[in-house]
Design a protein around this ligand. Sequence first.
Ligand SMILES: NC(=O)c1ccc[n+]([C@@H]2O[C@H](COP(=O)([O-])OP(=O)(O)OC[C@H]3O[C@@H](n4cnc5c(N)ncnc54)[C@H](OP(=O)(O)O)[C@@H]3O)[C@@H](O)[C@H]2O)c1
Length: 277
Amino acid sequence: MTPPLPSILGAEVAGIVEAVGTEVEGIAPGDRVAGSVFAAGQSFGGYAEYVVCDAGFVTPIPDQLPFEHAVALMVQGLTAFHLLQQAPAADKRVMISAAAGGVGSLLVQLAKRAGAKQVIAAASTEDKREFARSLGADAAIDYTADDWSQAVRRQTDGHGADIMYESIGGAVVREGLKALAPLGQMVIYGSLNILDFSLGVPDLLGLIFQNQTITGFATAPLLTPKSLQDGLTHLFGMAAAGELAVTIGGVYPLKDAGEAHRALESRHTRGKIVLAA
Ligand SMILES: NC(=O)c1ccc[n+]([C@@H]2O[C@H](COP(=O)([O-])OP(=O)(O)OC[C@H]3O[C@@H](n4cnc5c(N)ncnc54)[C@H](OP(=O)(O)O)[C@@H]3O)[C@@H](O)[C@H]2O)c1
């Protein structure tokens, strides 16, 4: 996804419309909007005071919703939303990796609302696990501990997780397969440790003999102007009505983008980190 350098990073923006093209309808200068640069096939250009956006991928923001919250609901919100459309959580015991992160913190809430039987949040520190519980997770486990799949088994009365929404990769995938129930599904939507990704013969035999599935997931290929605007309108409406908590882990001036990146890499952040121009 990294564009050739030097490049202006940033795939999602929110702000006030300055001008529109002659054939644009329904959006006017002065409107508060969210612009999904990523949906138009670009993963860069957003760290800027002014951005040109395809009008089809621009969505109005309700007056009550701060720009920071709108930005937090774009890539991360749409990812959580579409993950649950592709692999529904209703009546399932679900497990969520990085549950205090941007996608994870929204996924915990949306999975509960979608009728999950049980939501088990995985995070690296007690502080993050407490945060995930405060968002509605039924249990939280430390997936940096050895044999953490056993903790999932204990929390599910031996059953295991029916679905695991996974974004870390490497050893987390291998241990996560041990935490899956028979017929369980692991949905891999990210892989922070992709270079450490490998499955061995025991992992595959376990998968085969327990009728389990590993599924890949990416948001961008699922987006059309209509599905993007429908999804965002839904998420913005929920957040504006107080039905979905949006966590802003920090707001940095644009000139301090490097600090924001270091905060993300430090693994100490919660929710969304926002740059303000
Ligand atoms: N498929 C898609 O369409 C799609 C869309 C958006 C995002 N994603 C992916 O979803 C994942 C989460 O995205 P996000 O925006 O929610 O990220 P985020 O807010 O930065 O959260 C990332 C979390 O991952 C955990 N983590 C584990 N190993 C890490 C490492 N080496 N460096 C940094 N964090 C690490 C940390 O939680 P703990 O400390 O609790 O482990 C951290 O809080 C990423 O893999 C991203 O690429 C995929």
